[in-house]
Design a protein around this ligand. Structure first.
Ligand SMILES: Cc1ncc(COP(=O)(O)O)c(C=O)c1O
Length: 432
């Protein structure tokens, strides 16, 4: 039985490309006019008292234990311990929206939703799966991909994760992407996840590739399919080569076609180096979507948040607002970005000097935190174990062919030693 409030939202969304894309759970979801909504009303109009919310208050503010407050000297009680609104702190949402346009100039003048705060990008992806993937639906993504996608889609949602080969030669495999999009367009709906800079390869498309990716998406919609593109921009901004497209695909897809809806999954966890703060955003855009549609969609997401974690962490959001207000942030971020770029250059020159190596071949990489080596004649898992036991070096075997190295987490002056060890271990294994 679908709740009347859910039905109202469905009626609004059924007029858009989103209607056919909602999952069964997505269709049932709504944001109740319960405690949170009544409490928000009381906050505005409860002049005498606000006896709505389950917090302990004195003089209208939440109490804070001194043992907690002393570690947060620059946050007020409400900034530190009060519950955050379900969709996140409105000021942070506005600030992030404005930053999106600054970082992606093509978004200027385009219509897109207010970002919704989620407790990290992982939660954002999981919520999208809740709302848009029913059992046996398909989510497309590159191969290799971040391993958590498969866990969410296959284990949590009992749906299908269909991967296309990401690379052809030194670039993005446009032919494979076109073929899988063509094939899936026959089903009438496509959900596709594109993650750049990518985990685990460290690849971002060039400007030409980005244009072609968008045109493949446009063509699938033109053939009649409703297409939802999930842009996982976790590592946004960490581009190290001039030919890379600097803007998110989201900026180009925001108004590309009436049947294309784009969602940007991003946040400061990696962009602003606050991994454990658990703060991320979901932002939606689509040609022809209006404020009414975005509000209905936000209510669906808020229902998902309210029924799982209730809201994201307050101190993280309060600190993020203060950081975004600080004019020093830009330079501080640049210093860390430059540090990562120096590591990238070192790795780049090491592996470039090994061009044509018979055992290890880097997957194309030009951005982000990682690079991966394709193990041509040895097992990535056996190499990983050997590196750990003989050299004390930890790496990740993504699958039996792909060894991921997070150069983001190794100091610049250890890079040569570590990469020499990796190649030596692989050669020793091949000669065994
Ligand atoms: C591609 C990608 N997306 C999302 C995430 C998750 O980010 P968060 O820590 O904000 O949940 C990661 C983390 O490793 C990632 O590599």
């Amino acid at each position: 039985m679908i709740h009347a409030l859910a039905q109202e939202l469905n009626t609004v969304l059924d007029n858009t490309a989103l209607g056919p894309l909602l999952s069964d759970l997505g269709r049932r979801m709504f944001f109740p006019k319960g405690i949170i909504a009544q409490s928000a009303e009381a906050k505005e109009s409860g002049r005498t008292a606000n006896a709505t919310i389950g917090m302990a208050c004195m003089d209208g503010s939440p109490v804070t234990l001194p043992s907690i407050q002393k570690h947060l000297p620059f946050l007020t009680g409400p900034e530190a311990v009060a519950y955050a609104p379900t969709a996140g702190n409105p000021k942070l949402r506005e600030m992030w929206k404005q930053k999106l346009t600054e970082k992606n100039p093509s978004l200027a003048g385009k219509n897109f939703s207010l970002p919704i705060v989620v407790p990290g990008l992982t939660a954002g992806i999981s919520y999208l799966c809740d709302l848009f993937i029913s059992e046996n639906d398909v989510l497309l993504a590159g191969d290799p991909s971040w391993d958590n996608y498969a866990l969410i889609i296959k284990a949590r949602r009992n749906a299908q994760f269909l991967q296309f080969p990401m690379f052809s030669g030194k670039g993005f495999n446009l032919d494979a992407f076109r073929a899988v999009m063509n094939e899936e367009s026959k089903m009438g709906k496509i959900r596709v996840l594109l993650n750049f800079p990518q985990n685990p390869s460290g690849y971002s498309p060039t400007k030409t590739e980005a244009r072609e990716i968008c045109s493949i998406i446009y063509n699938a919609a033109q053939k009649g399919a409703s297409v939802m593109v999930w842009c996982d921009d976790a590592y946004f901004g960490l581009n190290y080569e001039p030919e890379i497209e600097n803007e998110s695909l989201f900026a180009f897809l925001a108004d590309i076609h009436e049947r294309v809806v784009a969602v940007k999954i991003d946040g400061p966890t990696k962009e602003d180096y606050i991994w454990g703060f658990r703060t991320g955003f979901l932002t939606f855009a689509g040609k022809g979507l209006t404020e009414e549609h975005y509000t209905a969609l936000s209510k669906k997401v808020m229902g998902i948040i309210r029924s799982s974690v209730s809201c994201a962490s307050t101190p993280s959001q309060s600190i993020m607002i203060k950081a975004l207000e600080n004019p020093d942030l830009k330079n501080e971020k640049k210093a860390l970005r430059d540090m990562l770029e120096r590591r990238y250059r070192k790795v780049r020159s090491f592996v470039d000097a090994k061009e044509g190596h018979p055992i290890l071949e880097p997957l194309p990489f030009n951005s982000g935190y990682f690079m991966s080596l394709r193990c041509k004649t040895v097992s990535a898992e056996i190499l990983r174990r050997k590196l750990l036991s003989s050299y004390g070096i930890g790496t990740i075997a993504i699958d039996n062919e792909t060894l991921r190295i997070a150069f983001s987490s190794i100091d610049e002056d250890s890079i040569d030693t570590i990469y020499k060890a990796i190649y030596k271990a692989a050669e020793d294994l091949a000669n065994e």
